[in-house]
Ligand binder design. Structure first.
Ligand SMILES: *Cc1c(COP(=O)(O)O)cnc(C)c1O
Length: 405
């Protein structure tokens, strides 16, 4: 059998049906077909319009604060005997990379004539980024969030409410992200014409993985230009990013995917240990399956029930990965590593004490991978610092008080 991948010109883009090799597609209930089909037939045409690009780029510059700096971390580099550049997504408005995508999708929703935005959120980071752009555009915003997560993530719930969003608790199942996603899908089915669903990572049915990857690809577009200016070459030897659903990694890898000399390193959350039963290391533990509308690696039982993941960082606490990453894993184009909760905590304190930068717990997983690589002084490493650590201060304080660090 001839595989789809052979017909794909660049691994950047999926084929017509949304497949990267065997992964991707659009596995959706019949009732969602009109919504997804409208998006599929219009997204590229809208994204390529000059007026769209102008508005998107202007907002990225003046509202988000892009380009985010590419910072040569001197003391961190000395420790690992190499050159480590941090891509400072933590300095974006709202504190992470997620806003790159929500700014893009809100402009798309406007051009599709939508008057109502729905989103799902786990830790609340994507919910805040969505509520932010809805306030910016004066559009109604409803965020579905598991009842348990609402209790655990009070500061972000307060932010969303202050921004004018309605936060609706998902009270079924485990009352977490997966249940919030189900509620959002139900809402979309009931509101097929006036509502756009802003998905927060490179997951979901085609065209979401490709659309979100394109919006986040501004990260690697900037890295190439910034590296050329700083080193004379656009190509690093290593690019490192953490993977929950995989949007910051997709954006950081995107413009390097076709440069075979660049080693792409994705870091998953191992939780208390890959085989502890409390982990979110999807490529290690998962099998091919369908989750939230696309075919990818999914953590599941023998009979296909989704397994509850665990990570100290809510943003990596997801039982799947985007189909692009499943393909990168399967084809060997990217190397997948993992870091435990404790390794991530240690890396967070290391960066803070060496560079005066408090990273998000998610980004700390990428930092923890530095220990696992054989780096030397000739290497140029770019690491995506996907977010800032403000939201994680309670966890960091707890670790300090517990004498862990
Ligand atoms: C949400 C989040 C992540 C994980 O999401 P991806 O789609 O894998 O990027 C990583 N870092 C931060 C700071 C986040 O908020």
């Amino acid at each position: 059998m001839i595989e789809n991948r052979i017909t794909v010109k660049s691994i950047k883009s999926p084929n017509e049906q949304g497949y990267y090799g065997k992964f991707g597609g659009a596995y959706i209930p019949e009732m969602l077909y009109p919504n997804v089909e409208e998006l599929r037939t219009r997204y590229l045409e809208i994204m390529n319009e000059a007026a769209f690009q102008k508005e998107y780029r202007t907002l990225l510059k003046d509202y988000v604060g892009r380009p985010s700096p590419l910072y040569l971390a001197g003391r961190l580099s000395a420790k690992y005997n190499t050159s480590i550049y941090l891509k400072r997504e933590d300095l974006n408005h709202t504190g992470a990379h997620k806003i790159n995508n929500t700014v893009g999708q809100i402009l798309l929703a406007q051009r599709l004539g939508k008057r109502r935005i729905i989103a799902e959120t786990g830790a609340g980071q994507h919910g805040v980024a969505t509520a932010t752009v809805c306030a910016l555009k004066g559009i109604e915003c409803i965020v579905y969030m598991g009842e348990k997560d609402i209790a655990r993530q009070a500061p972000n719930v307060a932010r969303m409410k202050m921004l004018g969003a309605k936060v609706v608790p998902a009270v079924s199942g485990s009352k977490t992200l997966k249940d919030a996603t189900n509620e959002a899908i139900r809402d979309w089915i009931n509101n097929p014409t006036d509502t756009h669903y802003i998905i927060g990572s490179v997951v979901g049915p085609h065209p979401y993985p490709d659309m979100v990857a394109r919006f986040q690809s501004v990260i690697s577009e900037e890295i190439r230009a910034q590296l050329r200016e700083k080193t004379g070459s656009e190509l690093p030897t290593h690019v490192i990013a953490c993977v929950g659903g995989g949007s910051n990694a997709a954006g950081t890898f995107y413009h390097f995917l076709d440069d075979a000399s660049v080693e792409l390193i994705a870091v998953e959350a191992a939780g208390r240990g890959v085989h502890s039963g409390k982990s979110a290391a999807t490529t290690q533990l998962g099998k091919p399956g369908v989750l939230h509308g696309s075919r990818s690696y999914v953590m599941q039982t023998e009979d296909g029930q989704v397994v509850e993941p665990h990570s100290i960082s809510a943003g990596l606490d997801y039982p799947g990965i985007g189909p692009l990453h499943a393909y990168l894993y399967d084809s060997g184009r990217a190397t997948f590593l993992s870091a435990t909760d404790d390794e991530a905590l240690k890396a967070a304190f290391e960066l803070t004490r060496l560079e005066g930068i408090i990273p998000a717990l998610e980004s700390s997983h990428a930092l923890a991978a530095l220990d696992q690589l054989q780096l030397n002084e000739k290497d140029t490493v770019v690491l995506c610092l996907s977010g800032r650590g403000d939201k994680d201060m309670a966890t960091y304080m707890y670790a300090m008080e517990g004498g862990m660090l």
